[in-house]
Ligand binder design. Sequence first.
Ligand SMILES: CC(=O)N[C@H]1[C@@H](OP(=O)(O)OP(=O)(O)OC[C@H]2O[C@@H](n3ccc(=O)[nH]c3=O)[C@H](O)[C@@H]2O)O[C@H](CO)[C@@H](O)[C@@H]1O
Ligand SMILES: C=C(OP(=O)(O)O)C(=O)O
Length: 452
Amino acid sequence: MNLARDAQKAGARVGLGSDRITIDGGKPLVGRIEVRGAKNLATKAMVAALLGDTPSLLQNVPEISDVHVVMRMLDAYGVAVTQPAEGELLLDPANVEKAHFAQIDALAGSSRIPILFCGPLLHRLGEALIPDLGGCRIGDRPIDFHMDALRAFGAIVDKSYEGIRITAPDGLKGAHIELPYPSVGATEQVLLTAVRAEGVTELKNAAIEPEIMDLIAILQKMGAIISVEPNRTIFIEGVDKLDGYTHRAIFDRNEVASWASAALATDGDIFVAGAMQQEMMTFLNIFRKAGGGFDIQEDGIRFFRAGELKPVVVETDVHPGFMTDWQQPLIVALSQADGVSVVRETVYENRFGFTDALNEMGAHIVVHKSGYDSPDWRVPKRPLEQVAVITGPSQLHGADVMVPDLRGGFSYLIAALTAQGRSTVSNVGIIARGYERFVEKLGQLGAEFSID
Ligand SMILES: CC(=O)N[C@H]1[C@@H](OP(=O)(O)OP(=O)(O)OC[C@H]2O[C@@H](n3ccc(=O)[nH]c3=O)[C@H](O)[C@@H]2O)O[C@H](CO)[C@@H](O)[C@@H]1O
Ligand SMILES: C=C(OP(=O)(O)O)C(=O)O
């Protein structure tokens, strides 16, 4: 895939108008911003609407390009998508039909969400055609858990010149599935398929991220029967019929952690309206250990420096662990802490690539690609764990950098804002995949920048 083309398309979709931001750094970010619904819930809630016999209303929808991709995908399948009010989507699946290959193909490589269309399309149309997936290039990102789960439900998976074609000539039946690893996407795949499959599904080793709990809440509103048991086990009793839902999407935890890291790195003071404590607890613990202060209020959380920044040791993990998506923005703040921080990435094999550019800006980060010796890596069969050692504090200086992926991209914005002098960050359209109106928010926080 062509990164620049992706970025341009993504940027254009959310009205960014340019692919490049020039930032004059060295100034604290101070002010109030608002976060809305999570990219990692809203896009999946949109897919869930395909399962209903009546329209669904999704509220608190962020204006991000990943939402636009799913809107286009739903449109290709005949779902009528309208926006009754700002931040709302009405999704009417009354006329769902097979999409033309060209329409689906045009969206190939834009997002990872098409993989989640499998179950709903199999129930509605008897077949699903999955194009090349997109999403951040932070590792191999295979889909074997998804395909194995679909086969367990009785689906037949064929590779064709058009992509992956999945059919279910004998219908989908409840299954006993144990994931090799608590994958977020594969858990969602099972949920979206099992709710309308015949019989009971038992899912072991499921992911239990707050966004998954929110998806379960949506499915329950639609008429599903799902119980979350201890030890990552979920039971789903298939039902014959689901209705639409009205639901307010859970706030974006990744966006909150990103702005909090920006406050820490720039010695700023940011109130993030819409952020809530419970879902952020793991992040808040590390934030505090790193010298961050926070003030929990009813309508949001204020983030600031409580004193000197301190080095931390942190390991990414599945929920309730420290999310992999949080480590990239946090690393920029850790480059300002006095001492040696260690970040161990256990979820993706290529999520430290963004540190090269930080080093060009003056950071001291060494990535140990072989990670630690580990007899049992977390994600089965793949030795992907890596360790980044960050020695601070470093005086960052302005540079020209190019966004590699979504969270890495936001980290470059933070680095440019922290650095002395002028930086140019290009490919910023990629950031629009998951950060709503980030340029406007930079303005609200007093950042000095221009877009050309
Ligand atoms: C759109 C969305 O919600 N994206 C999030 C989702 O991604 P996503 O759902 O893709 O992440 P997963 O939890 O599935 O992936 C975790 C690990 O499992 C591996 N794996 C996954 C599926 C599979 O079939 N085979 C396999 O080996 C992946 O390559 C990765 O190494 O959860 C990740 C982990 O919290 C987050 O970083 C992403 O922001
Ligand atoms: C990895 C991410 O997203 P995606 O799975 O959509 O690529 C992310 O949100 O950081």
